[in-house]
Ligand binder design. Structure first.
Ligand SMILES: Cc1cc2nc3c(=O)[nH]c(=O)nc-3n(C[C@H](O)[C@H](O)[C@H](O)COP(=O)(O)O)c2cc1C
Length: 166
């Protein structure tokens, strides 16, 4: 049997070679003044019929339990130029949405203004994923947005143009 002896820094470095989208997950609980949210690089399509998406969240996330409490969320695929939004939502400050532009979708979740695409969904399952939880969500509504996508590659936020030049 091969026992895993993968060094964590090596894992991060090798997996960092896989470019990912940068997706803001945001939800708002009934009666709350502001939404809550975080950024993930693990967002992906899962199933067409039924329409499902998935992503994984670290057990240490303090924002995820608040988003989960809303029961539904909007995944805003961030656009190139929205690096400040990414930094705010991946940070730890108490009210991340105080200075962000957002609006409520028809499905009742906060959409980040200017994002590249929007996927509104209901949270349906949470599965064990090591030090993360794998979340499955059912798509309620989805729309394209603006500009070009923001990409995370080798620990850096880049536009597609910067990625191909790197
Ligand atoms: C580009 C990028 C991708 C990230 N991807 C994930 C992810 O897939 N899962 C996760 O749990 N955290 C991810 N993070 C970290 C969270 O966004 C964030 O740091 C953390 O959840 C914020 O803390 P809080 O949840 O306690 O508010 C990512 C951060 C960045 C900048």
């Amino acid at each position: 049997m091969l026992t895993s002896t993968i060094d964590q820094a090596h894992y991060r470095s090798v997996m960092g070679h896989l470019p990912t989208g940068v997706v803001a997950l945001s939800g708002i609980t009934a009666g709350a003044e502001y939404p809550c949210g975080l950024v993930v690089g693990t967002f992906q399509s899962l199933s067409l019929d039924p329409p499902l998406v998935s992503f994984s969240v670290a057990h240490t996330s303090t924002s995820w339990p608040k988003v989960r409490a809303a029961g539904r969320l909007c995944a805003s695929v961030l656009a190139a130029g929205q690096e400040p939004v990414c930094r705010t939502l991946s940070g730890k400050q108490p009210n991340k949405f105080a200075d962000l532009d957002w609006s409520l979708s028809e499905a009742g979740s906060p959409r980040i203004t200017g994002a590249h695409a929007f996927i509104d969904c209901d949270i349906t399952h949470e599965l064990d994923g090591g030090d993360h939880v794998i979340v499955i969500a059912r798509v309620l509504q989805m729309d394209t947005g603006h500009g070009e996508p923001l990409v995370f590659h080798k620990g850096r936020l880049r536009s597609i143009r910067e990625l191909t030049a790197a």
